[in-house]
Design a protein. Structure first.
Length: 196
C-alpha cells in the first residue's frame, strides 16, 4: 500500500464532517459572540463556576446558557467538569476583556445584527457586484458608523484588537529604515496597538 499524498491526511476528519463543521460556522460565531458579550470568560478568571451561577451573574436563562457553554466546551473554548462547572481554556482566555491578544471585541462585533444581516446578503453581492452592506442598510459602512455610535465603537474596538495581532508580523516582515513618518489608517481609529 502506498502512503497518502498528504502525510497529514490520516489526521484529517472525513470530508463530510469537515464540511458539516464549516456549514455550522455561523452558529459557532453566534455562540462565541454571546459569551463574549455576556463577559463569561471574565467571570471565570478567578476559577471555575457552575453554569447556574454564571447565568445568575449575567441575567441569562440558566438552561439555555448551559447549552451554549456545553457547545463551546465541545469545541475546546471552555472545559466542563462533572459538577457542570466551567473552566477557562487558552481559547476562552482570549475572550477576556483585558488580556493581551484579546479577541473579545472581534467576537462581539461579528455577532451583531447589523453586520450579521449584511453578511447574510452575500448572494446579492455575488449576483450584482454591489455591496451587500449598502443593500441591507441603505448606506456605506462608514456612513452607518457615523449614525450608529455603538456600532462604530464596536467596529473600532474589533479592528484595533486584530491590528495588535498583525503588528509583530508587519514589523518583522518589512524594513521601515529611513521612514520618518508611518501612518496606520486601518479600522476606524487609525491605531496599531502591539500586544505583548
Amino acid at each position: 500500500m502506498s502512503p497518502p499524498d498528504n502525510p497529514d491526511a490520516t489526521n484529517q476528519p472525513p470530508p463530510t464532517m469537515a464540511l458539516l463543521h464549516m456549514i455550522h460556522g455561523s452558529k459557532i460565531t453566534q455562540l462565541l459572540s454571546v459569551v463574549a458579550k455576556l463577559g463569561i470568560a471574565d467571570l471565570l478568571r478567578d476559577g471555575p463556576k457552575h453554569s447556574e451561577e454564571l447565568a445568575q451573574a449575567v441575567g441569562a436563562h440558566p438552561r439555555t446558557l448551559y447549552r451554549v457553554l456545553r457547545a463551546l466546551a465541545s469545541l475546546g473554548v471552555f472545559a466542563e467538569d462533572q459538577a457542570q462547572c466551567f473552566h477557562l481554556t487558552p481559547l476562552a482566555n482570549l475572550l477576556r476583556a483585558e488580556v493581551p491578544e484579546s479577541l473579545r471585541a472581534l467576537a462581539i462585533v461579528y455577532g451583531e445584527e447589523w453586520i450579521w444581516h449584511a453578511e447574510g446578503a452575500l448572494l446579492y453581492s455575488v449576483r450584482t457586484g454591489k455591496a451587500a452592506f449598502h443593500h441591507v442598510h441603505g448606506m456605506s459602512p462608514f456612513d452607518y458608523y457615523r449614525q450608529h455610535a455603538e456600532a462604530a465603537a464596536g467596529f473600532n474596538a474589533a479592528m484595533t484588537s486584530v491590528s495588535g495581532h498583525e503588528f509583530a508580523a508587519i514589523i518583522a516582515a518589512y524594513d521601515f529604515a529611513g521612514m520618518a513618518t508611518i501612518v496606520d489608517v486601518g479600522g476606524g481609529m487609525g491605531r496599531c496597538s502591539p500586544k505583548s
